[in-house]
Ligand binder design. Structure first.
Ligand SMILES: Cc1cc2nc3c(=O)[nH]c(=O)nc-3n(C[C@H](O)[C@H](O)[C@H](O)COP(=O)(O)OP(=O)(O)OC[C@H]3O[C@@H](n4cnc5c(N)ncnc54)[C@H](O)[C@@H]3O)c2cc1C
Length: 457
């Protein structure tokens, strides 16, 4: 009885302490839900199309900057009601992280900040009437922010779009994971009697996403699946990474590229550089040197481009469909329209466009929020955007990374821990942060589950 009472008191105490802590750290929402004025009633309506890194940052910053004002209303319209935390998406393949934990709830965060949110697909913009059509409804704006992101670019290579899996979303990562599990199930059922092409995975594109995908597939096969499928020799699974340039990870220092390549090769991941895919069919990849790789599992990570939807919106676009903006992020020839992130072609000081990264999109978002406010107030100069790259971090599985941070290059386990620490702090939602830490801690002790929820892949 005494023990029961002690346990009860301890549990009660823990819950009370957790509640107190939660109250202490929780910021008050700007409006109680029933007090929030409708977006349409604000004299300055800022409509943000796209709730990714770029759109979310503009919205949060604008809400913060206008916290004590009642004249600026912010609304975000986005296709999904969550923000995908892209840097951790490859980890979903090996199940090191549960996909749900890096889909950060947009609605909750924006509503608390004082913005409005609608989950809808942007269809068209009427620049004369200043309104956007999305989900069959019209939304007025005084300032419009285009932050619609990007999509894969297949460069017109025959068969790629039809026959390959992409890595442009959480569902894509789950599809790739499910495909590998499916192949193991098939091979077990057939007692290993399946053609090699079924167990060959070709990743096209040796940039950060391709390298991380290859490393995660290796981890899925050797750490998660192999013990559960004793009839399959995991070394029968070939993982081949192909890259058209001289080396993988072009964005990194050459020494780090070599370290990364050596690590992949050590894990028996085949790395083919100066090799491009010329055609992809249902069971093979035809290379530019005439060689053929028999594979029924092709993953395309070789290129991105701005969202093709932009073509329908009567905007000034570059050849690659990036919205043309000036250094203040104003869209050319469109009054009170701004663009940023992967969908915009932003001129950098070096004469090149700012690269499409989450890092850049976030920095652009901070500047754009200040510029919109300056435009609303008609006061002060607009700020020029200047990209300040902080570095590149590439994770090759749970305990190895290659990092370049402000000129400092390092790799190995320490780099992997650094990778995790950095990205953890960048996750916006504290709840997601905690869940990701729990995923990592759990998988340090237990093998990730190999369950296959069918319907994807
Ligand atoms: C697998 C992967 C890993 C990556 N890892 C890194 C990394 O480690 N570090 C890094 O700096 N960058 C990384 N990137 C790049 C980074 O994710 C992008 O540069 C960044 O997300 C760009 O932000 P954005 O807001 O412009 O686009 P996104 O984040 O893609 O957001 C675009 C938003 O627009 C919405 N949208 C699109 N079309 C419509 C429509 N018609 N109507 C309504 N809403 C729409 C989408 O749903 C989405 O919410 C990675 C990319 C990928 C694919």
């Amino acid at each position: 009885m005494g023990k029961l009472l002690k346990a009860g008191l301890a549990a009660g105490g823990t819950v009370a302490a957790a509640r107190l802590l939660r109250r202490a750290f929780r910021s008050e929402p700007r409006y109680a839900p029933w007090e929030k004025p409708p977006y349409r009633d604000f004299p300055n309506k800022v409509l943000i199309a796209g709730g990714g890194f770029a759109g979310y940052t503009v919205a949060r910053d604008l809400c913060e900057l206008t916290r004590d004002r009642e004249d600026v209303g912010v609304m975000v319209i986005s296709r999904e009601n969550f923000l995908t935390f892209w840097p951790m998406v490859p980890e979903v393949i090996a199940n090191d992280i549960d996909a749900q934990n890096i889909a950060q709830p947009l609605r909750r965060s924006l509503i608390r900040a004082g913005a409005s949110f609608r989950r809808a697909e942007v269809e068209s913009v009427d620049f004369d009437r200043r309104c956007v059509r999305a989900g069959g409804q019209e939304f007025p704006y005084d300032h419009l922010v285009l932050a619609l992101g990007g999509q894969p670019n297949f460069f017109g290579i025959p068969g790629v779009e039809e026959h390959s899996l992409t890595m442009k979303g959480l569902s894509d990562a789950m599809r790739i994971r499910n495909r590998m599990i499916e192949r193991f199930e098939e091979a077990t059922l057939a007692r290993g009697d399946v053609p090699d092409s079924r167990l060959t995975f070709v990743i096209i594109g040796g940039g950060a996403t391709g390298v991380e995908t290859a490393a995660q597939l290796h981890s899925l096969v050797h750490h998660a699946l192999a013990p559960d499928y004793p009839n399959i020799n995991p070394h029968r699974v070939r993982i081949i990474l192909i890259e058209a340039a001289d080396e993988i990870l072009q964005e990194l220092d050459p020494a780090l590229r070599r370290v990364a390549r050596a690590k992949l090769v050590e894990r028996r991941i085949e790395v083919l550089t100066k090799t491009a895919a010329q055609e992809v069919t249902g069971d093979r990849v035809i290379l530019n040197n005439g060689d053929v790789i028999r594979s029924e599992n092709v993953i395309w990570t070789a290129g991105g481009r701005p969202n093709a939807k932009l073509r329908d919106l009567d905007l000034p676009l570059t050849k690659l469909d990036g919205v043309i903006v000036d250094r203040y992020l104003r869209v050319q020839d469109r009054e009170n329209v701004w663009a940023l992130g992967d969908c915009a072609a932003i001129p950098g000081r070096d004469g090149k466009y700012v690269p499409p990264t989450a890092q850049a999109a976030t920095q652009e978002g901070h500047v754009l929020a200040r510029n919109i406010l300056a435009a609303i107030d008609g006061a002060g100069e607009l700020e020029e955007f200047e990209y300040r790259p902080l570095g590149q971090l590439v994770e090759l599985g749970a305990n190895f990374a290659v990092n370049e941070v402000m000129g400092v290059k390092f790799s190995g386990l320490l780099a992997a821990l650094f990778w995790r620490a950095v990205y953890l702090t960048k996750l916006k939602s504290p709840q997601n942060r905690l869940r990701v830490v729990l995923d990592w801690v759990l998988h340090a002790f237990y093998r990730p589950a190999t369950t296959q929820i069918r319907g994807l892949g």
